[in-house]
Write a new protein. Structure first.
Length: 283
């Protein structure tokens, strides 16, 4: 598989569905995988930040990724979230993800210890996987020369950064938005797709919007995106993935489980998200 050709368009940052006691609901995960494949999602990001990677220990982390890969059965790529603020831990997770069959890995910029730009460069160079970084464009360009680093997820929402990435990175270096609110505009500037939270709820619409943007059908892309823009905002009304997990629960696609320190969506916020779901006809 030429992974660069397959990792375009709408890539869902899939939730990790859980029972009320916080254990993973693998049957719900399997159903969500089918929902995305049927809806045209291009790839699935398993156990990224939206998948609650911060509270899923390594053994279980790899189990969720492995089951996702098994459920997908080669129909679309699976990207494993394997980032950590420890380079050695990220390397170990990335190695294991490759062994169990992940098509690519997504690595968050090391958090809390706040490395320098040189530290970020050396971290990702040591792992040589896919990067997901909030760092300078110049550092990204340096990393783009490393064979196993195929792209960047930029979640800044800053279209000036997007333009700089398009202008300065090699043509075969994949550029993805991690900001739902600006992703269509990011793609229209020359990006290749997006890693989306909104796609958990309306995968067909997100896929159609991103595909239209890739084809430079600006009017259609913006028209679809405007229709679902309420979710881009309201799925972040509280910390991600609190709202999106509740939305999927309200849609009947998973139980209400979430792990501390994240809590259930507040009653006030539920009313806002429910209004969006009703407006879009998904409940």
């Amino acid at each position: 598989m030429d992974i660069n050709q397959h990792l375009k368009g709408s890539m869902v940052a899939i939730i990790t569905p859980m029972f009320e006691d916080g254990t993973v609901d693998y049957n719900a995960l399997k159903s969500l995988v089918e929902f995305h494949i049927e809806s045209g999602t291009s790839a699935i990001v398993s156990v990224g930040t939206t998948g609650e990677s911060a509270t899923i220990p390594p053994k279980e982390h790899l189990s969720v990724i492995k089951n996702t890969i098994d459920y997908v059965a080669g129909r679309i790529p699976v990207i494993a979230g394997t980032g950590a603020n420890s380079t050695s831990e990220a390397i170990e997770l990335t190695k294991e993800a490759k062994i169990i069959g992940a098509d690519a890995c997504l690595l968050v910029t090391p958090y809390y210890n706040k490395p320098t730009q040189e530290g970020l460069y050396l971290h990702h160079k040591a792992i040589a996987g896919r990067t997901a970084v909030n760092m300078s464009v110049e550092t990204t360009v340096r990393l783009s020369a490393i064979d196993n680093i195929i792209g960047i997820k930029d979640a800044t929402g800053d279209l000036e950064v997007a333009k700089s990435l398009v202008d300065m990175c090699p043509d075969n270096f994949m550029l993805y938005s991690g900001d739902d609110a600006t992703c269509v505009e990011f793609i229209l500037l020359g990006g290749h797709g997006g890693i989306s939270v909104t796609a958990n709820v309306v995968p067909k619409e997100v896929s159609e919007a991103y595909s239209a943007a890739i084809l430079k059908n600006t009017e259609l892309a913006r028209q679809i995106d405007n229709r679902i823009s309420c979710l881009h905002k309201d799925l972040f009304i509280e910390s991600n993935p609190i709202p999106v997990k509740w939305a999927l629960h309200r849609m009947g696609r998973c139980k209400s489980g979430i792990r501390l320190p994240l809590t259930q969506l507040s009653d006030k916020a539920k009313k806002v998200v429910e209004k969006d779901l009703s407006k879009l006809g998904v409940i």
